[in-house]
Design a protein around this ligand. Sequence first.
Ligand code: SF4
Ligand code: SF4
Length: 359
Amino acid sequence: MSVFPESLLKSLDLCIKCGACNHVCPIFISQEKKEFLGPRAYLQIPRLIEEELEMSVDFIEYAYECTMCGLCDNVCPVGIQISKLILAVREALIDQGYVPPRQVASMPTKLSEEGLAFGSRELKAKWLPPDYQPGKGDTFFFSTCLSSEIPESTTAAFHLLRRFMEIETIGREELCCGAFLRLAGYKYLSEGALEECGNQLSSHTIRKLVVLSRPCLDYIKKLSDLNVIHVIEAIGEAVESGKLRFANSKKELSLGMIGYCDSYDLNYMAEDILSQIGGIKIIDMPSWASCGVGSLLSFKAGAKGIRGHFLKIFQLAKEMRLNSLVFLDSSLYLIGREISKGKTKVRIYDVPQFLLRFL
Ligand code: SF4
Ligand code: SF4
């Protein structure tokens, strides 16, 4: 019996080897355009798995290089969905007992022991403001597994939200939604995590859920009975209705904003919000600098491509003489914060942290 659906294997035969996918792939570009690190090379993997060839460690690591940005899918003239194929490859490798990169391999244990994909349960509520007391509101903040690793980002988002809405949170006991497990290829574990998370959320009266990071937002949306929005959307609504205003910057600042390749609405909304601050100049960044929704998972897996991509962004920021790089949300900010250490003088923020300076 074949590992991959017949339709997927047949779609691979459509490839005309034009290379359009390679030319837009940020990982291929940041890795000096090595053919074996491009999306076109990924097309060979399902056949190798079907033929039961032994996979090397390098090969398994390579499966985690893709950031799921989807740029290759958009340009393929014959409609091959390469990012979906890569996710199917990760699932197949895990099903066949191959061990993914270390931090990805530790996710199932972390989930069973702490109910998180990564981070620490003990540190999970470190971001909660000391004056927070649970109330009776029906809008909840979903802080995600990231919150123990980036308390500064989580606190900033929660603080901003509290300026214009009554907002509750499950806080320390909040369960993983399974989004990063899904991106890692742990299909069944991720589905189980989402169900558990949904059960926990439904034990509260929730009218609206405001989510800190885009990968989690996308996945929680599968719980169809919930009204789920990104933290940027909540802030955008408050700015539009005049509930949230910002002071001007005391000195002129030029910043570049880095968002996701496939979330134009969120990216524009964030730029619109930032443009409310007088004295700020938002410099257009090239489209190659955008990221994929799986960027953090690739970073956690130790992928070289995402590191190279961020170093290229920092180099560009230096050439453009930017004061700050503002990442759309916490999952991109975490990568930026870690890779920037000792590598750039440009200041790194996510949108809520940047806004907080001008309240
Ligand atoms: S989804 Fe993005 S990172 Fe992945 S192979 Fe395609 S272009 Fe490259
Ligand atoms: S863009 Fe599509 S057809 Fe062209 S090489 Fe890539 S997968 Fe093949």
